[in-house]
Design a protein. Structure first.
Length: 232
């Protein structure tokens, strides 16, 4: 009797046996989420050279899913693939920051105007709950929690706009700018200002006032720009 050959690793394999009813999470997605989080939190620093072999060993995931994750992160604009040189966490440049912020201003101003017009009571309730949680995170100085809540806030705005294109567009922009939070939030007073700015956006939406909501989101994004410039 011959021993059975173990199944080859595939992108849809999972590192542990799933329980019935658990969602299927591929190794590729697991690697993508893990590496992306390390980039966003600046555990992997801008300009740092990466090794697929090292990442594979650290994540305890095969090299094929890691390679697929790297390709996806490169498409997201978080990693540079350098021919004959390897892979590197994409450096942060002021020019790119300004480009991202300019595009955010256009898209998010449009977005909040739609939210002020179309948001339902449940949407406003979710935004208010997010705001309350953000105030608590600011009080506790939980920077990563604030980062995640800020991203969730803008994602809620996108879905509440009832425009099917905005969640993907805004999601990619926030992927590219979220890692700047760990630079921006070195400033203690910025924690409170973020909460105040989010509150102003929610208030404009609650009043069904597109002009007020747009003014608030523009001030929020411009404050982010100003704070980043001070930190560089």
């Amino acid at each position: 009797m011959t021993a059975e050959t173990p199944p080859a690793e595939t992108e849809d394999a999972t590192p542990a046996r799933r329980r019935r009813g658990d969602p299927v999470v591929s190794l590729r997605d697991t690697a993508y989420d893990a590496i992306k989080r390390r980039i966003i939190t600046c555990d992997l620093k801008p300009g740092e050279v990466l090794s697929e072999g090292v990442l594979s060993a650290e994540l305890n995931i095969g090299r094929t899913p890691v390679h697929q994750a790297i390709d996806r992160l490169a498409a997201d604009g978080l990693i540079d693939v350098l021919p004959r040189k390897g892979i590197m966490v994409k450096p942060i440049s002021l020019n790119e920051i300004f480009d991202i912020i300019d595009v955010r201003l256009v898209n998010e101003a449009f977005c909040v105007r739609k939210v002020a017009e179309f948001a339902e009571a449940a949407d406003i309730s979710r935004l208010s709950d997010n705001l309350a949680a953000t105030w608590q995170a600011a009080k506790d100085r939980e920077i990563e929690a604030m980062m995640n809540l800020d991203r969730a806030f803008h994602a809620l705005l996108a879905t509440s706009s009832r425009n099917s294109m905005l969640p993907d567009i805004m999601g990619n922009l926030h992927d590219r700018s979220t890692r700047l939070w760990f630079i921006s939030l070195r400033s203690n007073e910025h924690h409170v200002r973020v909460c105040e700015q989010h509150a102003a956006v929610v208030e404009g939406i609650r009043k069904r006032d597109p002009d007020q909501a747009e003014k608030a989101i523009r001030e929020h994004i411009e404050a982010f720009r100003e704070n980043i410039v001070r930190q560089f």
